[in-house]
Design a protein around this ligand. Structure first.
Ligand SMILES: [Zn+2]
Length: 374
């Protein structure tokens, strides 16, 4: 197993303490040994670690877990459509990021790192803080000053050092990159081990459908934590002959910051860098320069998928539609609802197909803010 830069082809050892290639490219993991012993899997605990043979962490003693994963898959109605919702906000820290953090911090522990930094709009920061606390690793988080109070309180209570940065999400990234020169950058956007955790979402969906792929999966998409995780997961299932098709992968961005959607619409292979000027309640998908943008656009093509976009009014409508069925998510997660209706309207999703919506973050994290806008 090794780290490989798709930009320039340079290879690195799997345990190197780097977060990107010398050329600036984002790194992938290659040469994994993956298998799915289904008889064993069904007897194991309902966590992401039931897919042990597919997660590239060598020693069990390095696994850092809070019992995360195997979230429920339940029917919900969206407009006239009956779909299955993957309740991926039911995690120890209230968001799907725990899939990635559990695997990434297990890797970090395994290579002997004692100190990490991370930047985030909130959920990833809370998640990395929690798993660092569990692992006994000291943790420092950089967040934009506008991040939700609930998420910032989580970070502080998990014992991480919190730096609130004025300005945009990019100003926060600049601040963390300066610090990353001399500390291990456990980044959900850069570190390829994070996607090795989020890919377990695909394994769970397939297992919950009787080891079959759905026709399409729709999820929020900022830098592809869920989107690319789904792709890696379903690809591994196909390579091992466990499922026989790749679902259409449908990503959703916010009107306030849609660089990938814009590139998709214009048929480009790479997103242009974007300057966010408007605020949105869907803060979790706002990434003006997504470093995995090219990989996401390639995946859209390969899976015959699509990218969609919604505004804040539509987001609130979606949030209310889910809440009226007992499902309480944060605005960033609710963007999938109205986007799905648009995908149905333009024929990308058809009635009668098996469609999964991924609901990624808990509404409880932002209950205070939501009480002011409903
Ligand atoms: Zn490179």
């Amino acid at each position: 197993m090794k780290l490989v830069c798709p930009e320039c082809g340079k290879e690195y050892g799997k345990d190197e303490r780097i977060y990107k290639c010398g050329c600036g490219g984002v790194l992938d993991i290659e040469g994994k040994d993956v298998s799915f012993p289904r008889d064993k899997i069904k007897q194991r605990n309902p966590t992401i670690w039931r897919y042990r043979e597919a997660i590239p962490i060598e020693s069990n003693k390095n696994i850092v877990t809070l019992g995360e994963g195997f979230t429920p898959l339940v029917p919900v109605r969206i407009g006239s459509l009956e779909v299955m919702a993957k309740l991926d906000f039911l995690f120890p820290t209230g968001s799907f990021k725990d899939r990635g953090s559990s695997v990434m911090i297990s890797h970090v522990k395994g290579i002997g790192v004692r100190e990490v930094i991370e930047d985030s709009s909130g959920n990833a920061g809370a998640s990395v803080s929690a798993y660092s606390a569990k692992a006994g690793i000291s943790c420092e988080i950089f967040c934009p000053s506008y991040a939700s109070e609930g998420k910032l309180a989580q970070i502080l209570l998990y014992g991480a050092k919190l730096n609130r940065i004025e300005g945009t999400r990019e100003d926060t990234e600049k601040a963390v990159l300066e610090k990353a020169k001399d500390t291990y950058y456990a980044s959900h956007n850069w570190n390829p081990y994070f996607l090795e955790g989020t890919k377990t979402l695909a394994f769970e969906i397939a297992e919950q459908l009787g080891w079959k792929s759905p026709d399409s999966v729709i999820c929020p998409c900022g830098n592809g934590g869920i989107y690319l995780g789904l792709y890696i997961g379903f690809r591994e299932l196909m390579e091992q002959g466990i499922v026989d098709s790749m679902p259409k992968l449908l990503g959703v961005q916010s009107f306030a910051c849609p660089p990938i959607y814009e590139a998709y619409k214009q048929g480009k292979d790479k997103p242009d860098s974007f300057t966010q000027t408007e605020k949105t309640i869907a803060e979790g998908v706002c990434l003006a320069k997504p470093n995995r943008g090219e990989a996401i656009l390639k995946t859209v093509k390969e899976t015959k998928g699509a990218m969609g976009i919604v505004n804040d009014k539509e987001t609130i409508e979606g949030l209310k539609m889910l809440a009226s069925q007992g499902v309480f998510v944060e605005p960033t997660s609710a963007i999938v609802v109205k986007a799905l209706e648009k995908f149905v309207k333009n024929g990308i999703v058809k009635e009668g197909e098996k469609t999964i919506v991924v609901l990624s973050g808990s509404g409880l994290k932002v209950a205070g803010e939501l009480s002011k806008i409903i």
